[in-house]
Structures are given as C-alpha cells and as structure tokens.
Design a protein around this ligand. Structure first.
Ligand SMILES: Nc1ncnc2c1ncn2[C@@H]1O[C@H](COP(=O)(O)OP(=O)(O)OP(=O)(O)O)[C@@H](O)[C@H]1O
Length: 355
C-alpha cells in the first residue's frame, strides 16, 4: 500500500504544528520520521493513523482518500514506545488478541488463529516464550511481542512511534537490526518515528527530516548524510565543524586561512558559514600553507577511529577531527600538541540552500 500526503496543515490552537507536509511513501518502504523534540513527528504519524484530525490537505492510501475513514477502517498496525501489552495474558494470547476480538463473521477459526500466532512467534523469534506473561519478559522481548500483535491483524500499514525509545543502547541496536531484517522478509509499508539519527540512518530506506513542523529534506540515508539540503540537516545529522568567514570570488576567508570553494565563484557573502564533517578535515604536524593552527585538547579512541578535539589558536573556536586509528598512530599526536588543520571539502549554504 502506498501513502501519499499532500499539503497537510495542522494547528493546535495558535500553534502551527505541521506546515505544508507533502510526502509520497512507496508500497513496502520503511520510512523514518526524524527530527528534534516538538518537530511534529508524532502529530504526523497520528494524522496518518486517523487518530488526529488535520486542518487541510489530503491523505491517500493507494488511490483512496482516507480522510473520512476511522483509524480502524484504515487498517493500520501501531506500535508505541511503551509496550501496551495486556499483563494478564500470555505472549501468545496477546498476539492473538486482535483476531479473537473480531466479529464472528470476520474471525478466523481457533485453529487458524493458533497457526497465525505460531507463525508470528517464529517471525519475532519468541516461540520459546509463548506461555510467558509480559512481566516475565525483557523490554526488547516485550517490544517484539507488541510488533507481532500489531502484525497479527495483517495491517496494510505499520506505524511505529519511537518503538525502541525506552530501551538501553545495546538492545536498541539489536532490535533495529532485527526490524530491518524483519522488514526485508515482510515488506509492509512502515513509518517509524525516531529522534535518534543513528537509528534512522541504520534502518530506514528513506529518511524524512522534520524541523518546526516542516519537512527539511527527504532522502536515502546516504543522500541526507552526504548531501544535506540545509544547515539544519547538516547540524542535526552527525558532528560538524563550522568555519565562519567571508565568501568572495570562490574563496572562503576565515581567520588565518582561506579556502578555494569550486562552484561558489559567483557568490559574494560578507558573513557566511562553511560546514565540514570531522572526517573531512586534514590534520598535519607540519605547517603547510592555508591551514588553521590548533591545539589538541582531547583524544578519544573509539574503535577503528580516533576523535580529536582541538582549539583553534586564531579564533579560539572548537574543532573536531576524526581519523583512522592507524593514521593516528603514525602521526604520533599527543594531547597539548600544536597541529595544522585544513578542510578537504566544505559546504556553504546560500539562502539556506546548498549550491
Ligand atoms: N494535542 C495537542 N495539543 C496541543 N499541542 C500539541 C498537541 N499535540 C502536540 N502538540 C504540540 O505540537 C508540537 C509537535 O508535537 P509532536 O508530539 O508531534 O512532536 P514530536 O516531534 O513527536 O516530539 P517528541 O520527539 O518530543 O515526541 C509540540 O510543540 C507539541 O507541544
């Protein structure tokens, strides 16, 4: 089932919570709604589900306008951050619940329900825990039961609101891999809300980045990470170094250094900002032309890479560099040492859009 949102608007009183939201989700896609707290992710999810009304705009499931359909009629599976399982029912009973409460006419036979539950238990890898109660499960296991329960009624669309938000980092990581694999085997159109960049980048086919009720960018994880469409996206997705300066005839002049920026020859801005990722900064112990001089203030080895925190001598600004462990060892950099930094590449946004 594909989903098409067009020009969706929503106010809560005077507060403009969703602004001109248009989005096309293809059948079988796994989409992440990513953004800071209050950016409108949950409101958008609830509007798609039919749990919240909208002021104006259109929502199509395939070619059907669903605005007049209730949440139930939209045939949506919902998984929330806090596993809303029934504690007095076993895992198997929880999963069967949605089928058992159907009207007699639509209810599968007892045997069909049992088969469906067994199939879902296998899918979420909990067959050995079918007779346990929710209180006897870990948080991660409970979320898998919640997902199996949502899938039992064979929804056309699956909506997940911070499904792993209440779990610790390791379990979260395992579960998001598991969700990715599950989705590969069982490609139901799914939209999940998260404020965790890594989770969105790791799991989603495409990411919708939201800020203050607007969509900032829609793209694959690689597109949004490698080609952020706005300063907001650049800052929000990963670490970034800012180089304030003057852009003139294709050169960014900043403190003690200047950098040629191909593609920006026609642009002149007195005060702008260049954005560079930590792994796009060159670091050297020898002074080379057009470099920034900085002091190494912290060294954090993290697995195969080393993060270095630096303080620029000329502007006193903070910089972050990321280099492979092996390269770091060869350089023999120590804390307190003076080093020279040069961006390999930099992005400048003109009127909020990258050239
Ligand atoms: N029922 C409501 N009544 C009034 N304001 C609301 C209501 N629901 C949401 N809002 C406001 O709309 C804005 C967007 O909220 P929403 O929950 O959609 O954001 P979010 O991106 O999901 O945030 P979070 O990550 O914190 O859950 C917030 O400022 C919130 O206070």
């Amino acid at each position: 089932m594909s989903i098409q949102l067009s020009k969706v608007e929503k106010h809560f009183g005077n507060y403009h919570a969703l602004r001109d939201i248009s989005l096309a989700v293809e059948a079988g896609e796994l989409i992440a709604l990513l953004g800071p707290s209050g950016s409108g992710k949950t409101s958008l999810l609830r509007i798609i589900a039919g749990l919240e009304s909208l002021d104006s705009g259109e929502i199509l499931f395939d070619d059907t306008n669903v605005l007049t359909l209730s949440a139930k009629q939209r045939n949506i599976g919902f998984v929330f951050q806090h596993y809303a399982l029934f504690n007095h029912m076993t895992v198997a009973e929880n999963i069967a619940y949605g089928l058992k409460v159907r009207t007699r006419k639509n209810r599968p036979s007892k045997q069909q329900i049992e088969e469906k539950v067994a199939e879902l238990l296998q899918l979420v890898k909990l067959d050995h825990l079918a007779t346990r109660y929710p209180t006897q499960l870990s948080g991660g296991q409970r979320q898998r039961v919640a997902l199996a329960r949502a899938l039992a009624v064979e929804p056309k669309v699956l909506l997940l609101d911070e499904p792993f938000g209440a779990l610790d980092a390791k379990v979260r990581k395992d579960l998001r891999r598991w969700l990715r694999n599950l989705h590969n085997d069982f490609p139901i159109t799914s939209i999940f809300v998260t404020h965790d960049q890594e989770e969105a980048l790791d799991v989603a086919d495409r990411i919708v980045i939201m800020n203050e009720g607007k969509i900032e960018q829609i793209g694959t994880p690689t597109e949004v990470y490698e080609h952020p469409a706005s300063p907001f996206v650049y800052n929000f997705l990963g670490n970034v170094n800012l180089f304030k300066g003057r852009l003139h005839q294709g050169t960014l002049q900043n403190g003690d250094f200047s950098l040629q920026l191909p593609g920006y020859e026609e642009v002149q801005i007195e005060e702008t900002v260049g954005y560079t990722r930590p792994h796009d900064l060159l670091i050297s112990k020898q002074k080379i032309p057009d470099t920034v001089t900085a002091l190494v203030t912290h060294i954090h080895p993290i697995g195969a890479v080393v993060h270095l925190e630096l303080n620029r001598i000329d502007t006193n600004e903070f910089l972050e560099v990321e280099i492979p462990q092996e390269y770091f060892r060869n350089l023999e950099i120590t804390k307190g040492e003076t080093v020279y930094i040069k961006p390999k590449q930099m992005k400048v946004f003109v009127e909020d859009y990258v050239i």
